[in-house]
Design a protein around this ligand. Structure first.
Ligand code: COA
Length: 263
């Protein structure tokens, strides 16, 4: 893999931990970070042997404390639009990757950090995490997908309250509204999320890639179209080595664990 200044990738078998690495600025998203994180996800997506990715932040305080306010402070409307376009491209890249991306929210996940969490397939939070969309306190609004993805994840009423008040919520409140899947003791967060990623990586990788694709794509189209997508993907899996192996392992006597090859 390429080396990046603001992103670190550490691989353990089929799982890659991607760490956003700008801790002195609480991992705030500037143009370089958005560019490098997009490139890193792109590189990983071109590697079919990556089965799951964990996304976390460097340091002990923040996942990502938002888009970089200093960098945004003198943007023109055209520059603001271009920055939003780059943010959208990053979030779309994460959603369209063939592997699940699981967020490990190790502290503040604000603004662009909360939007990054929403682009992940699901997230676990440290008991010290704080989440929110504080953009309106700065006279702007969420621009990396938050106005659209938050409501889709937690419902429109909860999403509007968070967006319009700009309030931060703690991990337990985030759990209650369905913004995070679990709250984990701070020191155990990364190991816990890696464990979940390893479990995912032990299942049929082609099946997971197809399920992710259909779940992401299906959320934005009418139900009959989404069900057609599901049916086609389901059918295609019967042409894979993994389907034959998975079912053969189940029906063999004694039953054994499948050895998936990702084909
Ligand atoms: N953009 C740019 N820099 C940021 C940042 C952001 N979104 N969030 C934090 N930083 C920087 C701070 O300016 C500071 O830099 P400095 O040491 O050079 O002064 C450093 O990160 C540490 O942050 P600090 O504010 O001192 O930490 P704190 O523990 O007192 O407060 C927060 C933490 C998250 C409450 C606070 O940093 C904050 O409110 N950040 C902005 C959150 C936000 O509005 N995000 C949405 C942006 S659209």
């Amino acid at each position: 893999m390429q080396t990046y200044e603001t992103v670190r990738c550490d691989r353990e078998d089929h799982v890659v931990v991607v760490t956003i690495n700008r801790p002195e600025k609480l991992n705030a998203l500037n143009e370089q970070l958005v560019r490098e994180l997009t490139a890193a996800i792109d590189e990983l997506d071109n590697d079919p042997s990556v089965y799951a990715v964990v996304l976390t932040g460097a340091g002990d305080k923040a996942f990502v404390a938002g888009a970089d306010i200093e960098a945004m402070s003198d943007m023109t409307p055209a520059q603001g639009k271009a920055f939003a376009d780059k943010g959208h491209a990053l979030m779309n890249r994460i959603e369209q990757a063939h592997f699940p991306v699981i967020g490990a929210l190790n502290g503040f996940a604000l603004g662009g950090g909360c939007e990054l969490a929403l682009a992940c397939d699901f997230v676990y939070a440290s008991d010290k995490a704080k989440l929110g969309l504080p953009e309106v306190s700065l006279g702007i609004m969420p621009g990396f997908g938050g106005t659209q993805r938050l409501g889709r994840r937690i419902g429109p009423g909860q999403a509007r309250e968070l967006c319009f008040t700009g309030d931060m919520i703690d991990a337990e409140q985030a759990l209650r509204v369905g913004l995070v899947n679990a709250v984990v003791a701070h020191a155990e967060l990364l190991n816990k999320v890696k464990e979940v990623a390893k479990k995912i990586a032990s299942r049929g990788p082609v099946a997971i890639a197809q399920a992710k694709r259909v779940m992401v794509r299906g959320a934005d189209v009418p139900l009959p179209v989404a069900l057609e997508l599901e049916g086609q993907a389901f059918g295609q899996l019967f042409g894979t080595e993994d389907q034959r192996e998975g079912m053969k392992a189940f029906i063999s006597k004694p039953k054994r664990s499948p050895a998936f090859v990702g084909k």
